[in-house]
Design a protein around this ligand. Structure first.
Ligand code: PMP
Length: 389
């Protein structure tokens, strides 16, 4: 039986066209951009072309792009680097309750280092309320962090409004755009984003490469100290093959995004309609309309996410119940809890995420499996109300 993969928010395969673009940079174009000879020049050219391609996608200038070893490092550099650089101006930062685990843990770290952190709640759909955000701003606030979209429930935040508020109050606005990149048009000028993290893998490029966008006025302190690469902001030899891969991935995405998004939206809408119609006591998690094209997220009364996962695994269908970054703990997803769900409701959730290589057959297989898995688990469930069976 063919393996079905519906967990694109956790990891994406590298597009074979990206692999082709990368290969020469492991072998004949192996140079170091810091070298002043011809081999180094070839590397420098590739590095700068990649920087330009990524800057162009988000409407930034080339010198506002810093290559990192992935989104986690970009987030560390953006938030910790900005906080350290600006601590004389204030020690207060605001994050949303639905930030990625890396941002939640950075916030805890900064609290231990003497910063104050406010956490803005979200509504039942996981959306940040601008008025609540505004009420948390003090004269000591230096940074606001709200992820562009949820990698779990797919809700897209009102980024433009948050950016406008931050700009008006002269506060830096950081957004982790990893879940949204390649699915929405990002424009740091239009959206007043000052700092933004991206990852190569979420464009179908290699893992372990990322970018911090940093608007000129919003400087950060480096957190990786060494030979001074990336204008002193990120020392260490650049992963040139990876960076070239990220560029190729961005260029392919820009050509194909519109048609890809349409295709994924059709899958998403079909899955949502079918599950809600065919499975009694099922609900959609996340926003009904302001959601990523790739994301369908459900909860079912009376069953546990863990057992759903195992039954899907038996059928060779890869799905998720929440953020992979926290799935090794038995804690329910902080995002689902922030939307007001009880622990048992959060545990009874299923995340189906599609992507570039998803086929009709994959979606058919999942749609056939969901009603069956849910009813089999409910048969065994001591908590599912028998009257509903
Ligand atoms: N932010 C989001 C929304 C993510 O989904 C992830 C993981 N893909 C990260 C940040 C961290 O990215 P990386 O693994 O590239 O460090």
């Amino acid at each position: 039986m063919k393996q079905v993969y519906l967990d694109y928010h956790t990891a994406k395969p590298v597009d074979p066209r990206v692999v082709d673009a990368m290969v020469p940079y492991f072998t004949e174009k192996f140079g170091n951009p810091s070298s002043l000879h011809h081999v180094g020049d070839v590397a420098t050219e590739a590095l700068e072309e990649s920087r330009r391609a990524i800057a162009d996608y988000i409407n930034a200038d080339d010198d506002e792009i810093v290559f990192t070893s992935g989104a986690t490092e970009a987030i560390n550099l953006g938030i910790i680097g900005y906080a350290l650089k600006n601590k004389s101006k204030g020690n207060h930062i605001i994050i949303s309750e639905v930030e990625h685990i890396s941002i939640r843990n950075i916030a805890k770290y900064l609290e231990r280092e003497g910063f104050e952190v406010s956490r803005v709640p979200v509504d039942q759909y996981g959306m940040v309320d601008i008025r609540k955000l505004e009420r948390r701003i003090t004269e000591k606030t230096i940074l606001i962090s709200v992820g562009y979209a949820s990698n779990e429930i797919g809700t897209i935040q009102p980024i433009k409004e948050i950016g406008a508020l931050a700009e008006e109050r002269n506060i830096a606005f950081f957004t982790d755009a990893v879940a949204a990149q390649g699915l929405v048009n990002l424009d740091v000028q239009r959206e007043n984003v000052h700092l933004m993290a991206l990852s190569s893998n979420d464009f179908y490029g290699p893992k372990g490469v990322g970018v911090l966008y940093m608007k000129k006025k919003y400087r950060v302190n480096p957190i990786m100290i060494g030979g001074g690469q990336e204008r002193g902001l990120r020392s260490g030899s650049e992963d040139l093959a990876g960076i070239v891969g990220m560029r190729a991935a961005v260029e392919i995405m820009r050509k194909e995004m519109d048609s890809e998004v349409k295709r994924l939206e059709a899958y998403r809408d079909r899955m949502i309609k079918q599950v809600l119609e065919e499975v009694p006591d099922s609900y959609l998690n996340g926003h009904p309309t302001e959601r990523l094209a790739s994301n369908a997220h459900f909860r079912f009364d009376g069953i546990e996410g863990e057992s759903i996962l195992l039954m899907f695994k038996d059928m060779d269908i890869a799905v998720s119940t929440g953020s992979a970054c926290t799935s090794k703990t038995l804690e329910p997803s902080h995002t689902l809890i922030a939307t007001g769900l009880l622990h048992e409701e959060a545990h009874g959730s299923l995340q189906l995420t599609t992507g570039r290589f998803t086929t009709d057959d994959d979606v058919d297989a999942a749609m056939k499996a969901v009603p069956d898995v849910v009813s089999r688990l409910r048969e065994l469930s001591p908590i599912y109300d028998s009257k509903k069976r």
